[in-house]
Structure formats: structure tokens, C-alpha cells
Design a protein around this ligand. Structure first.
Ligand code: NDP
Length: 287
């Protein structure tokens, strides 16, 4: 297959990640903390890192499921794999997970923030408490873990990888509290990228903008609301790892998410019509 290569001077007009040669070998022995690793994309992240020979700490709430993921990670090549159950709705849990990983691994090279709390997929019902709780799980815990991990990451020239969503860049119906937490992540970590660069920090932040991925939880949610292609979780996870390893500031998977963001504000009326028409809304069924 021939690939079209643009001269370096045109790099500014190429989406992040289209011509990057990841330093995947550097992940052998890397000390990695992955959150939300009991299922879905987080579980796939753990398996890829394991195959690459990383040293892993994984976390989520269900210890029994994490235990199985850890066994598989060790089978397929992880140098080390440990788990710590934690509920990210609790600020003290978020902190102690980072502390545990740094202690057990003797430092940290990658903080991969991926977990999300369950949130209903439906018209917003006015539940403010749920929105507050979800902000704690999906956003504030990311901030807290970052604050706790930054000194260790500074020492190791490490990286923070933030798993976000197209719904953190473009508004859509039925997932308002979730989308709010993703917009918050993009705002916070996008700003932190500037501050770290201005301070000449050697810590990189990669923000991953994902479209629909075929995890059980996502497939279950969208059933009956929208019919669109879901991309494989193991591919999404690989893309995230490559982007993190090559220290890209922002990455998009699958391909259409880049163009959706690029053209987002060009024709707002048409965009909003297209978004609304792509969903099924039947007030009797989709309450
Ligand atoms: P899943 O729902 O499959 O997995 C969520 C993970 O978070 C699980 O490991 C779950 O484990 C853990 N978790 C849930 N609640 C808590 C909590 N309170 N404290 C700690 N851990 C918790 O999610 P996906 O794999 O689908 O998504 C992964 C990431 O990708 C998310 O950031 C999501 O926003 C993003 N993304 C996904 C898309 C998709 O279509 N799938 C699209 C765009 C972005 P446990 O229950 O054991 O706690």
C-alpha cells in the first residue's frame, strides 16, 4: 500500500496522529495506571499494554472482575499487573489509587484516565444530583488523580492520557450530564496543556476524542435511539496507546470524529438538523 506523505512544512494542516510513528517499544517496562479497566475500552487498553510488556496497575469498582483482567494481563506478557478496587465518586479513593500505583511500581510513566460512571441515555429529566455525582466521577476524579500524579510524571517525563468523546466537542441529545463532563475534561486538560507547555514541563497530555465504540455499555445505551456504525474497542484502545506513546496533544478515532470537529461550526443550522434527524425520538418509548 502506498501512503501519501506531505512534506513536513505542511504538518500544521494534518490531523494530529496521521503521520506519527509511535515509540511503542518504549512501553516495555513502562509503569502504567489505567482506570476503568474492568470492561470495555479500559480492559482492551490493559491487554494491549500487557502484550507490550508494561507494568500495570488497573482500577475500577469491581475487584473480582479486575482480578480476572490482571490474570489475563500476566498470561499475555505484562511484566507486572496489579489491581486496586476504587470508587471514583470518592475523592479519597481517587487519591489512594495514584498513591498505590506510584508505590507499587516505583514511579509512574503513564496515567491513563478512562473510567466513566453509568449514566442513563434519555431526555434530561432534571436530575441535578445525578449530574453533580457524574461530574465527580467523570471529571473531578480525573483532576484529582492528575494533581496527585504530576510530581511522579515530572520525574519520569511521563504522560497523561485522557479518554474523551466527540460528545465533549459537539452537543447532542440524550446524554447531557455525560456530555457536560466530557466538555469539562476537554476544557480543563486543553488548558493544562497550555500551562505545562508555558512552564516547559516535560509531561505530555493526550486528549482522545472517540466516536461510537462497540463496548457493551455503549451498545446497550444507544439501542433504539440511533443506528450508526460502532468501531471496535480493541482498535480504539490501540489508537489511544499509540497517541499517548507518541505524545500527541489530541487524537481522533475513528476518522470521522476529526472531520466532525473540523467542520463543526461551518453550517450550524444544517449541523443541528443532521444531528436531530439522526436520532429516533418517540415520546412513548424514549422517555
Ligand atoms: P464502560 O462503561 O465499558 O466502562 C466503564 C469503566 O469504568 C468500567 O471499567 C467500570 O467498572 C468503571 N467505572 C464505572 N463507574 C465507576 C466508578 N464510580 N468508579 C470507578 N470506576 C468506575 O465504558 P467504555 O469502555 O465504553 O468507555 C471508556 C471511555 O471511552 C470513557 O471515558 C468513555 O467516555 C469513552 N468513550 C466511549 C465511547 C463508546 O462508544 N464506548 C464513545 C466515546 C468515548 P466498574 O463497573 O467495575 O466500576
Amino acid at each position: 500500500m502506498t501512503t501519501l506523505k506531505l512534506p513536513k512544512r505542511f504538518a500544521f494542516c494534518v490531523p494530529y496522529g496521521s503521520d506519527v510513528h509511535p515509540t511503542i517499544e518504549s512501553l516495555k517496562g513502562a509503569r502504567v495506571l489505567v482506570t476503568g479497566a474492568s470492561t470495555g475500552i479500559g480492559e482492551q487498553l490493559a491487554y494491549h499494554y500487557a502484550r507490550l510488556g508494561a507494568q500495570l496497575v488497573i482500577t475500577a469498582r469491581r475487584g473480582n472482575v479486575l482480578e480476572q483482567v490482571v490474570s489475563k494481563c500476566l498470561e499475555i506478557g505484562a511484566q507486572r499487573a496489579l489491581f486496586i478496587p476504587a470508587d471514583m465518586a470518592s475523592p479519597s479513593d481517587a487519591e489512594s489509587v495514584v498513591q498505590y500505583a506510584i508505590e507499587k511500581l516505583g514511579g509512574l510513566d503513564y496515567l491513563v484516565l478512562n473510567h466513566i460512571g453509568p449514566s442513563p441515555y434519555r431526555m434530561w429529566d432534571g436530575d441535578v444530583e445525578h449530574t453533580r455525582w457524574l461530574l465527580e466521577v467523570n471529571f473531578l476524579s480525573y483532576v484529582q488523580m492528575t494533581q496527585k500524579a504530576l510530581p511522579a510524571l515530572e520525574k519520569s517525563n511521563g504522560s497523561i492520557v485522557v479518554v474523551s468523546s466527540l460528545l465533549g466537542k459537539m452537543c447532542g441529545p440524550f446524554a447531557l450530564p455525560y456530555a457536560a463532563t466530557k466538555f469539562a475534561l476537554n476544557g480543563f486538560f486543553g488548558g493544562l496543556q497550555h500551562e505545562l507547555a508555558m512552564q516547559k514541563s516535560n509531561v505530555s497530555i493526550t486528549i482522545c476524542i472517540l466516536g461510537l465504540i462497540d463496548t457493551d455499555s455503549a451498545m446497550e445505551k444507544i439501542k433504539g435511539y440511533i443506528n450508526m456504525t460502532a468501531y471496535p474497542a480493541h482498535e480504539a484502545a490501540w489508537h489511544i496507546i499509540e497517541a499517548g506513546a507518541s505524545r500527541q496533544p489530541e487524537t481522533f478515532y475513528p476518522w470521522y470524529t476529526f472531520y466532525a470537529c473540523l467542520f463543526r461550526d461551518w453550517f450550524p443550522y444544517l449541523r443541528d438538523q443532521a444531528i436531530q434527524n439522526s436520532y429516533t425520538y418517540n415520546p412513548q418509548v424514549n422517555k
